[in-house]
Design a binder for this molecule. Structure first.
Ligand code: GTP
Ligand code: MG
Length: 282
Protein backbone atom coordinates (compact mmCIF):
# COMPACT_ATOMS: atom_id res chain seq x y z
CA UNK A 1 0.00 0.00 0.00
CA UNK A 2 1.37 3.35 -1.02
CA UNK A 3 0.45 5.46 1.97
CA UNK A 4 3.78 7.01 2.82
CA UNK A 5 2.59 10.56 2.46
CA UNK A 6 0.39 10.34 5.55
CA UNK A 7 2.85 9.55 8.33
CA UNK A 8 5.12 12.40 7.22
CA UNK A 9 2.35 14.87 7.92
CA UNK A 10 1.13 13.44 11.18
CA UNK A 11 3.43 15.24 13.56
CA UNK A 12 3.06 18.55 11.73
CA UNK A 13 -0.71 18.23 11.59
CA UNK A 14 -0.98 17.44 15.23
CA UNK A 15 1.19 20.40 16.14
CA UNK A 16 -0.80 22.73 13.93
CA UNK A 17 -4.09 21.57 15.45
CA UNK A 18 -2.75 21.89 18.98
CA UNK A 19 -1.45 25.37 18.23
CA UNK A 20 -4.82 26.56 16.94
CA UNK A 21 -6.96 24.81 19.51
CA UNK A 22 -6.76 27.59 22.14
CA UNK A 23 -8.07 30.06 19.56
CA UNK A 24 -11.40 28.33 19.03
CA UNK A 25 -14.49 27.76 21.13
CA UNK A 26 -15.74 24.67 19.35
CA UNK A 27 -14.33 21.98 17.10
CA UNK A 28 -16.36 20.48 14.29
CA UNK A 29 -15.19 16.92 13.80
CA UNK A 30 -16.24 16.04 10.29
CA UNK A 31 -16.61 12.38 9.40
CA UNK A 32 -18.00 10.54 6.39
CA UNK A 33 -21.42 9.09 7.22
CA UNK A 34 -20.74 6.09 4.96
CA UNK A 35 -17.58 5.10 6.86
CA UNK A 36 -17.69 6.61 10.35
CA UNK A 37 -15.01 4.25 11.64
CA UNK A 38 -12.49 4.60 8.85
CA UNK A 39 -12.93 8.35 8.49
CA UNK A 40 -12.36 9.04 12.17
CA UNK A 41 -8.92 9.59 13.53
CA UNK A 42 -8.44 7.46 16.63
CA UNK A 43 -6.29 9.95 18.49
CA UNK A 44 -8.67 12.88 18.08
CA UNK A 45 -9.99 12.46 21.63
CA UNK A 46 -6.46 12.73 22.84
CA UNK A 47 -5.74 15.87 20.81
CA UNK A 48 -8.95 17.66 21.71
CA UNK A 49 -9.08 16.97 25.42
CA UNK A 50 -12.22 18.60 26.79
CA UNK A 51 -12.64 21.18 24.02
CA UNK A 52 -16.35 21.37 23.12
CA UNK A 53 -16.95 19.40 19.95
CA UNK A 54 -19.68 18.47 17.52
CA UNK A 55 -19.36 15.24 15.57
CA UNK A 56 -20.70 15.91 12.11
CA UNK A 57 -21.74 13.05 9.87
CA UNK A 58 -21.28 14.60 6.45
CA UNK A 59 -22.35 13.17 3.08
CA UNK A 60 -25.34 11.78 4.92
CA UNK A 61 -27.18 11.97 1.59
CA UNK A 62 -24.92 9.17 0.35
CA UNK A 63 -25.34 7.00 3.45
CA UNK A 64 -28.48 5.05 4.31
CA UNK A 65 -31.13 6.69 6.49
CA UNK A 66 -30.99 3.73 8.80
CA UNK A 67 -27.18 3.93 9.05
CA UNK A 68 -27.36 7.63 9.83
CA UNK A 69 -29.78 6.96 12.64
CA UNK A 70 -27.65 4.17 14.10
CA UNK A 71 -24.54 6.33 14.10
CA UNK A 72 -26.27 9.37 15.54
CA UNK A 73 -27.46 7.23 18.43
CA UNK A 74 -24.04 5.67 18.82
CA UNK A 75 -22.29 8.99 19.27
CA UNK A 76 -25.02 10.39 21.50
CA UNK A 77 -24.53 7.40 23.77
CA UNK A 78 -20.88 8.35 23.96
CA UNK A 79 -21.97 11.82 25.08
CA UNK A 80 -20.87 13.40 21.85
CA UNK A 81 -23.14 15.96 20.27
CA UNK A 82 -23.88 14.73 16.77
CA UNK A 83 -25.60 15.93 13.64
CA UNK A 84 -26.10 14.54 10.13
CA UNK A 85 -25.57 17.02 7.34
CA UNK A 86 -25.16 17.40 3.61
CA UNK A 87 -22.54 20.13 3.32
CA UNK A 88 -23.23 20.47 -0.37
CA UNK A 89 -26.97 21.16 -0.19
CA UNK A 90 -26.95 22.72 3.27
CA UNK A 91 -29.28 20.14 4.78
CA UNK A 92 -28.74 19.94 8.54
CA UNK A 93 -26.76 23.17 8.66
CA UNK A 94 -29.42 25.03 10.64
CA UNK A 95 -29.34 22.33 13.27
CA UNK A 96 -25.55 22.50 13.33
CA UNK A 97 -25.70 26.23 14.00
CA UNK A 98 -28.32 25.70 16.70
CA UNK A 99 -26.22 23.04 18.41
CA UNK A 100 -23.18 25.31 18.25
CA UNK A 101 -25.12 28.06 19.98
CA UNK A 102 -26.29 25.70 22.70
CA UNK A 103 -22.75 24.50 23.26
CA UNK A 104 -21.53 28.06 23.53
CA UNK A 105 -24.30 29.27 25.84
CA UNK A 106 -22.33 29.20 29.07
CA UNK A 107 -19.33 30.90 27.59
CA UNK A 108 -21.58 33.55 26.08
CA UNK A 109 -23.17 34.26 29.46
CA UNK A 110 -19.67 34.67 30.89
CA UNK A 111 -18.83 37.25 28.25
CA UNK A 112 -22.14 39.05 28.67
CA UNK A 113 -21.50 39.44 32.37
CA UNK A 114 -18.35 41.30 31.42
CA UNK A 115 -20.29 43.47 29.01
CA UNK A 116 -19.02 41.75 25.89
CA UNK A 117 -21.93 40.99 23.62
CA UNK A 118 -22.34 39.33 20.26
CA UNK A 119 -18.97 37.68 20.41
CA UNK A 120 -18.88 35.22 17.53
CA UNK A 121 -18.32 31.53 18.12
CA UNK A 122 -14.93 30.55 16.82
CA UNK A 123 -14.78 27.19 15.13
CA UNK A 124 -12.12 24.89 13.78
CA UNK A 125 -13.08 22.16 11.35
CA UNK A 126 -11.20 18.88 11.47
CA UNK A 127 -11.43 15.92 9.15
CA UNK A 128 -9.63 13.59 6.79
CA UNK A 129 -9.02 14.53 3.15
CA UNK A 130 -12.08 14.81 0.94
CA UNK A 131 -14.58 14.56 3.79
CA UNK A 132 -16.07 17.94 2.88
CA UNK A 133 -14.27 20.50 5.05
CA UNK A 134 -14.00 23.16 2.34
CA UNK A 135 -17.55 22.50 1.19
CA UNK A 136 -18.85 23.01 4.73
CA UNK A 137 -16.85 26.21 5.10
CA UNK A 138 -18.21 27.54 1.82
CA UNK A 139 -21.77 26.59 2.68
CA UNK A 140 -21.54 28.23 6.10
CA UNK A 141 -19.90 31.31 4.62
CA UNK A 142 -22.41 31.33 1.76
CA UNK A 143 -19.61 32.01 -0.67
CA UNK A 144 -16.48 30.49 -2.07
CA UNK A 145 -14.02 31.41 0.63
CA UNK A 146 -10.37 32.05 0.02
CA UNK A 147 -7.49 29.79 0.77
CA UNK A 148 -8.75 26.59 2.19
CA UNK A 149 -5.79 24.70 0.83
CA UNK A 150 -5.40 21.03 1.26
CA UNK A 151 -2.12 21.10 3.05
CA UNK A 152 -1.84 21.46 6.80
CA UNK A 153 -0.25 24.56 8.22
CA UNK A 154 -0.31 26.78 5.16
CA UNK A 155 -1.82 29.76 6.94
CA UNK A 156 0.78 31.53 8.99
CA UNK A 157 -1.30 34.35 10.39
CA UNK A 158 -4.74 33.30 11.48
CA UNK A 159 -7.53 34.39 9.24
CA UNK A 160 -11.14 34.10 10.15
CA UNK A 161 -14.01 33.56 7.80
CA UNK A 162 -17.18 35.30 8.92
CA UNK A 163 -20.49 33.63 8.24
CA UNK A 164 -24.05 34.86 8.10
CA UNK A 165 -24.67 33.11 11.40
CA UNK A 166 -22.58 34.01 14.43
CA UNK A 167 -19.92 31.43 13.60
CA UNK A 168 -16.41 32.37 12.66
CA UNK A 169 -14.32 29.72 11.00
CA UNK A 170 -10.60 29.33 11.12
CA UNK A 171 -9.60 29.43 7.49
CA UNK A 172 -7.13 26.54 7.60
CA UNK A 173 -9.12 23.41 8.07
CA UNK A 174 -7.21 20.81 10.04
CA UNK A 175 -6.55 17.82 7.90
CA UNK A 176 -6.43 14.67 9.95
CA UNK A 177 -4.81 11.51 8.74
CA UNK A 178 -6.99 8.48 8.62
CA UNK A 179 -6.01 5.36 10.48
CA UNK A 180 -4.63 2.59 8.37
CA UNK A 181 -4.33 -0.28 10.80
CA UNK A 182 -6.40 -2.73 8.91
CA UNK A 183 -6.80 -3.37 5.25
CA UNK A 184 -10.53 -2.78 5.34
CA UNK A 185 -10.00 0.81 6.37
CA UNK A 186 -7.79 1.43 3.34
CA UNK A 187 -10.38 -0.15 1.08
CA UNK A 188 -13.25 1.88 2.48
CA UNK A 189 -11.27 5.08 2.16
CA UNK A 190 -10.48 4.19 -1.44
CA UNK A 191 -14.11 3.27 -2.25
CA UNK A 192 -15.36 6.60 -0.98
CA UNK A 193 -12.62 8.60 -2.69
CA UNK A 194 -10.73 9.72 0.39
CA UNK A 195 -7.55 8.40 -1.15
CA UNK A 196 -7.03 8.72 -4.81
CA UNK A 197 -7.31 5.12 -6.00
CA UNK A 198 -3.71 4.63 -5.11
CA UNK A 199 -4.06 1.98 -2.50
CA UNK A 200 -4.88 -0.73 -5.00
CA UNK A 201 -5.20 -0.87 -8.72
CA UNK A 202 -8.58 0.21 -9.94
CA UNK A 203 -9.72 -3.23 -11.12
CA UNK A 204 -8.92 -4.88 -7.80
CA UNK A 205 -10.67 -2.04 -6.01
CA UNK A 206 -13.82 -2.35 -8.12
CA UNK A 207 -13.81 -6.12 -7.73
CA UNK A 208 -13.64 -5.71 -3.95
CA UNK A 209 -16.50 -3.26 -4.09
CA UNK A 210 -18.57 -5.72 -6.12
CA UNK A 211 -17.85 -8.35 -3.50
CA UNK A 212 -19.02 -6.12 -0.66
CA UNK A 213 -22.10 -4.98 -2.54
CA UNK A 214 -22.98 -8.55 -3.55
CA UNK A 215 -22.68 -9.73 0.04
CA UNK A 216 -24.37 -6.88 1.84
CA UNK A 217 -26.46 -4.97 -0.70
CA UNK A 218 -27.29 -7.56 -3.38
CA UNK A 219 -30.53 -5.91 -4.44
CA UNK A 220 -28.93 -2.52 -4.99
CA UNK A 221 -26.32 -4.14 -7.20
CA UNK A 222 -28.85 -6.22 -9.14
CA UNK A 223 -31.21 -3.34 -9.66
CA UNK A 224 -28.64 -0.80 -10.72
CA UNK A 225 -26.95 -3.00 -13.30
CA UNK A 226 -29.72 -5.42 -14.09
CA UNK A 227 -27.42 -8.37 -13.45
CA UNK A 228 -27.83 -11.75 -11.86
CA UNK A 229 -25.29 -12.36 -9.15
CA UNK A 230 -26.22 -15.76 -7.77
CA UNK A 231 -23.82 -18.58 -8.63
CA UNK A 232 -21.41 -16.17 -10.26
CA UNK A 233 -17.90 -15.17 -9.38
CA UNK A 234 -17.35 -11.47 -8.68
CA UNK A 235 -15.29 -11.28 -11.85
CA UNK A 236 -18.18 -12.67 -13.84
CA UNK A 237 -20.46 -10.08 -12.28
CA UNK A 238 -18.03 -7.38 -13.29
CA UNK A 239 -17.86 -8.73 -16.82
CA UNK A 240 -21.62 -8.75 -17.11
CA UNK A 241 -21.79 -5.17 -15.91
CA UNK A 242 -19.15 -4.25 -18.49
CA UNK A 243 -21.08 -5.94 -21.27
CA UNK A 244 -24.36 -4.33 -20.27
CA UNK A 245 -22.68 -0.93 -20.22
CA UNK A 246 -20.90 -1.47 -23.52
CA UNK A 247 -17.52 -1.13 -21.85
CA UNK A 248 -15.73 -3.19 -24.47
CA UNK A 249 -12.48 -3.06 -26.33
CA UNK A 250 -11.79 -4.23 -29.88
CA UNK A 251 -12.94 -7.78 -30.48
CA UNK A 252 -15.71 -7.53 -27.91
CA UNK A 253 -13.46 -8.10 -24.91
CA UNK A 254 -14.45 -6.47 -21.62
CA UNK A 255 -12.73 -3.18 -20.88
CA UNK A 256 -12.00 -3.85 -17.23
CA UNK A 257 -10.61 -0.42 -16.47
CA UNK A 258 -13.61 1.34 -17.91
CA UNK A 259 -16.03 -1.02 -16.15
CA UNK A 260 -14.21 -0.51 -12.85
CA UNK A 261 -14.36 3.25 -13.23
CA UNK A 262 -18.09 3.13 -13.93
CA UNK A 263 -18.76 1.10 -10.79
CA UNK A 264 -16.55 3.18 -8.51
CA UNK A 265 -17.83 6.44 -9.89
CA UNK A 266 -21.46 5.42 -9.49
CA UNK A 267 -20.83 4.20 -5.96
CA UNK A 268 -19.17 7.50 -4.99
CA UNK A 269 -22.01 9.53 -6.44
CA UNK A 270 -24.61 7.45 -4.63
CA UNK A 271 -26.11 6.25 -7.92
CA UNK A 272 -26.00 2.61 -6.84
CA UNK A 273 -27.88 3.63 -3.73
CA UNK A 274 -27.43 5.17 -0.34
CA UNK A 275 -24.94 2.89 1.31
CA UNK A 276 -23.47 2.84 4.80
CA UNK A 277 -20.44 0.58 4.71
CA UNK A 278 -19.68 0.55 8.42
CA UNK A 279 -21.73 -0.01 11.53
CA UNK A 280 -20.62 0.23 15.15
CA UNK A 281 -18.58 -2.73 16.26
CA UNK A 282 -19.81 -4.52 19.31
N1 GTP B 1 -22.93 14.17 -1.93
C1 GTP B 1 -22.20 14.97 -1.16
N2 GTP B 1 -21.00 15.39 -1.58
C2 GTP B 1 -20.27 16.20 -0.77
C3 GTP B 1 -20.75 16.59 0.50
N3 GTP B 1 -19.81 17.40 1.07
C4 GTP B 1 -18.79 17.47 0.20
N4 GTP B 1 -19.05 16.76 -0.92
C5 GTP B 1 -18.16 16.57 -2.09
O1 GTP B 1 -16.99 15.90 -1.62
C6 GTP B 1 -15.84 16.32 -2.33
C7 GTP B 1 -14.76 16.80 -1.37
O2 GTP B 1 -15.18 17.98 -0.71
P1 GTP B 1 -14.13 19.06 -0.13
O3 GTP B 1 -14.95 20.09 0.56
O4 GTP B 1 -13.19 19.50 -1.18
O5 GTP B 1 -13.35 18.17 0.91
P2 GTP B 1 -12.16 18.61 1.89
O6 GTP B 1 -12.39 17.94 3.19
O7 GTP B 1 -12.01 20.08 1.91
O8 GTP B 1 -10.94 17.91 1.15
P3 GTP B 1 -9.37 18.29 1.28
O9 GTP B 1 -9.23 19.76 1.09
O10 GTP B 1 -8.73 17.47 0.21
O11 GTP B 1 -8.94 17.84 2.63
C8 GTP B 1 -16.32 17.41 -3.27
O12 GTP B 1 -16.52 16.82 -4.54
C9 GTP B 1 -17.63 17.86 -2.67
O13 GTP B 1 -18.54 18.35 -3.64
C10 GTP B 1 -22.04 16.11 0.94
O14 GTP B 1 -22.54 16.36 2.04
N5 GTP B 1 -22.71 15.31 0.05
MG1 MG C 1 -10.39 21.32 1.38
Amino acid sequence: MNINWYPGHMKKTRESIEKNLPLVDIVFELIDARIPISSRNPIIDDILGNKPRIVILNKSDLASEEGNKVWEEYFLKKNLITVCINALSGKGIDRLIKLSNELYKEKRHGFEKKGIINKPIRVMILGIPNVGKSTLINTLAKKKSAKTGNKPGITKSNQWIKTKSNLELLDTPGILWPKFEDKRVGLHLAFTGAIKDEILDIETLALKLIEILAKNFPNLLKNRYNVEIDNKSYLQVMEEIGRKRGALIKGGEIDYTKTSNIILDEFRKGIIGRITLEYPEE
